[in-house]
Design a protein around this ligand. Sequence first.
Ligand code: AMP
Ligand code: MG
Length: 291
Amino acid sequence: MTRRLSELLRVPPGAVDLRAIDPRGTPGLPKAAGKDPKTWARAQLPILGAELFAWQEKLFAQAKSGASRQRLLLLLQAMDCGGKDGTIKKVVGEFNPQGVHIVAFGKPTEEELAHDFLWRIERGLPGAGMIGVFNRSHYEDVLVVRVHNLVPPRTWRARYAKINRFERKLVADGCAVVKVMLHISPAEQKQRLLDRLDDPTKYWKYDSGDIDERALWPAYQEAYADALGRCDSDDAPWYVVPADRKWYRDWAVANLLLEKLRELSPAYPPADFDPDVERGRLVTQPEVNSG
Ligand code: AMP
Ligand code: MG
């Protein structure tokens, strides 16, 4: 790969035009992928996963020793059927579950509505050493909230600056942030909804309201474009991942996480004991019987 995927998928500077990004595209896919890129990408996933797992263990270990508060947050946003759940299953599933903290943000509860929009977000942040995953996020408060006029325009407009301040503080506090918009086409969404209707084992995923939301596609895309353009920063960048092809989506998100973990380069903490002394204690200890 000549250019890093984090450069290729980074939201372009200036006004964002999502129509210029092909949801079926496969930016950065290497020549090695050959004529059957799907098979290639699917085979890459466990290889990428092994490295993700190895970095995660170091991240977890260095926090356990109290040496570091480093953590990583993957924030996922997408239209309905965009593949957030699939990405979590396939990519996040490569990590050790003990070190993963996944939070899904749905329609706010009464209690959540009684607080500032960032209140529930702060409560969902990953602790030191953890990989946090947000399935939807504070961005809903400038997306669905804007499209449905759930608050006056001056309220959601003021939120971009609040989000930027919040994320800047978060990163300064040791929480790396990778924000991913899974970019699907309306045609792919329609197909995925039809698939759900054709398969009784997928009925549970079906939401009749998705058809109404789908009618608001242009308004959502405009809201997404604004959010991505106004809240992209070097500290907390936005990536647009073409997501009509699930195999590309998973390969790309795994690579974005890998790039960030390599950059963070967590390391195993040194022993806070003398291994020779401890070994000596253990081997000279009188035999311990089971009972
Ligand atoms: P799902 O992710 O399919 O379980 O659906 C969650 C629903 O909650 C989506 O329709 C979101 O648009 C909605 N949602 C998430 N955050 C908010 C919010 N802050 N205000 C209103 N609706 C929200
Ligand atoms: Mg839904």
